[in-house]
Design a protein around this ligand. Structure first.
Ligand code: URA
Length: 465
């Protein structure tokens, strides 16, 4: 059974009070109250490991209500956490459920995770590219969060596809085809699963410690030997400023390495959407195009950069250049696309859609958003584009809401491009007229058209090892 023994689960007794008898300095029993923990953080105090454990365990068990957890998240959002608190929160969430033991899988297991962005369909193309080159990809992915999309939602565009895998099936698939992507089960980092959904609807996502602990708790629980992180920066990222993205990258690399996992982070641009497609099935289509060698330049380049780090971590390539060539060859000779089809089939999806993307969900209304004037696109406020996709129904409004896989936008012009009045800035894919109108209006607000040509930001901003 590829999970660590129950002893790794660290739950304490029932009720809000901790019955295991933590001692005060005087040796008496401490009876913690969630109210005090919220107040301590609200007032800027540093929470102890015991207080963080108390919260994580109580919330996971359903003994601490959402309203108190929300209040603590908001207090953390404003008051921030120290490195010590962040590490304690990461470990408590990682150990809130099972820790996968992937020793039954041959070779070095590599996982990859993005901090989240708009049009970020990287895993859909990258995982098959890397697996086609012989590196074992054992990946755990999430759903959409805030204005950003999630790999699991996108993958569900393949009819029948499931990411609810047992640990046994995950292991078996990775051994058989070299890759598997699973969703976070109720048993893996359940504390993060609950908090992730709560943060999504309480405007408490974009805090460095909450992001670092959320990502790294899942990565540690999912058991891979090496982790490649894609830390986004810019208007579509949770970390808008490059210095904050670097700090987040450093924090996560340090957590990963101190937990004995080889961890590297690439800092990449998210000041405009990645590639051209934004929206679940539309992004799947673009990932397929990319595996056919016909993807957008920026997206292909990001896959090669991250992929070469994954091949290095998996011990498959002697250097970056060799790794890039291996990845490019896997696209060229069709192995990467075939790997995607194998993977979709292995997880109950209809692989026919890999070869015929017309089978993917399609919106009823497809129409252009016309440029109001001539000029150069100087800015596309990226989180606003993510919000356009949410307005169209491509993301969740509450924890319980469903999503429309077919809707979204496909950008016809990106930053630096010239457009004439009346030409399309983007194509809208919608199922409801009122949503299409609102998204079209917001998209125009998100775009700036300037008279003078302008340069776009470099795609890769740095590497933290
Ligand atoms: N991705 C995650 O898994 N968690 C976050 O908090 C943000 C992005």
């Amino acid at each position: 059974m590829p999970v660590l023994p129950q002893g790794r689960r660290r739950f304490y007794g029932a009720g809000i009070r901790r019955p295991t008898g933590m001692k005060t300095q005087e040796g008496g029993n401490v009876q913690m109250r969630m109210y005090d923990i919220i107040m301590k953080k609200r007032n800027g105090g540093e929470l102890s490991k015991e207080e963080i454990d108390f919260f994580v365990e109580g919330y996971t068990r359903g003994e601490i209500p959402d309203y108190q957890a929300s209040a603590l998240m908001m207090a953390i959002y404003f008051r921030k956490m120290t490195k010590k608190e962040t590490l304690a929160l990461t470990m408590a969430m990682a150990q809130s459920g099972d820790m996968l033991d992937l020793s039954g899988i041959r070779g070095i297991k590599v996982d990859k995770h993005s901090t989240g962005g708009v049009g970020d369909k990287t895993s859909l193309a990258l995982a098959p590219m890397v697996a086609a080159c012989g590196v074992t990809v054992a990946k755990m992915s999430g759903r959409g969060l805030g204005h950003t999309g999630g790999t699991i939602d996108k993958l569900e565009s393949f009819p029948g596809f499931t990411t609810s895998l047992t640990a046994e099936r995950f292991t078996e698939n990775v051994n058989r085809i070299g890759m598997a992507i699973m969703g976070q089960t109720a048993d893996l980092a359940p504390a993060d699963k609950k908090l992730y959904a709560l943060r999504d609807v309480t405007a408490t996502v974009d805090n460095m410690s909450l992001i670092a602990s959320s990502i790294m708790s899942k990565k540690l629980a999912a058991g891979a030997d090496a982790i490649v992180l894609d830390v986004k920066t810019g208007s579509g990222a949770f970390m808008k400023e490059e210095k904050d993205a670097r700090a987040l990258a450093e924090e996560m690399v340090s957590i990963g390495n101190s937990a004995g996992r080889r961890t590297v982070a690439v800092i990449s641009d998210m000041d405009q959407p990645l590639g051209r497609a934004v929206g679940n099935a539309l992004e799947v289509r673009e990932a397929i195009d990319t595996l056919r060698g016909k993807g957008p330049e920026d997206f292909t380049e990001l896959c090669l950069t991250l992929g070469s780090r994954m091949l290095a971590a998996g011990g498959r390539a002697p250097g970056e250049e060799a790794a890039r060539q291996m990845l490019a060859a896997a696209i060229e000779d069709g192995r990467a696309l075939r790997k995607l089809a194998e993977f979709v089939e292995a997880q109950d999806g209809d692989a026919a859609a890999v070869y015929d993307p017309e089978l993917l969900p399609k919106a009823k209304i497809i129409r252009p958003i016309a440029a109001p004037r001539d000029g150069y696109i100087s800015r596309i406020i990226c989180d606003q584009v993510g919000i356009c996709s949410l307005i169209l129904g491509g993301g969740r409004e509450t924890k319980e809401s469903g999503i429309d896989l077919s809707v979204g936008l496909v950008l016809c012009r990106k930053v630096g491009d010239y457009v004439r009045a009346g030409e399309p800035l983007a194509m809208l894919h919608a199922n409801e007229e009122s949503r299409a109108q609102e998204a079209g209006r917001r998209y125009l607000e998100a775009c700036t058209i300037a008279v003078e040509p302008c340069a776009c930001q470099p795609l890769i901003r740095g590497i933290v090892e």
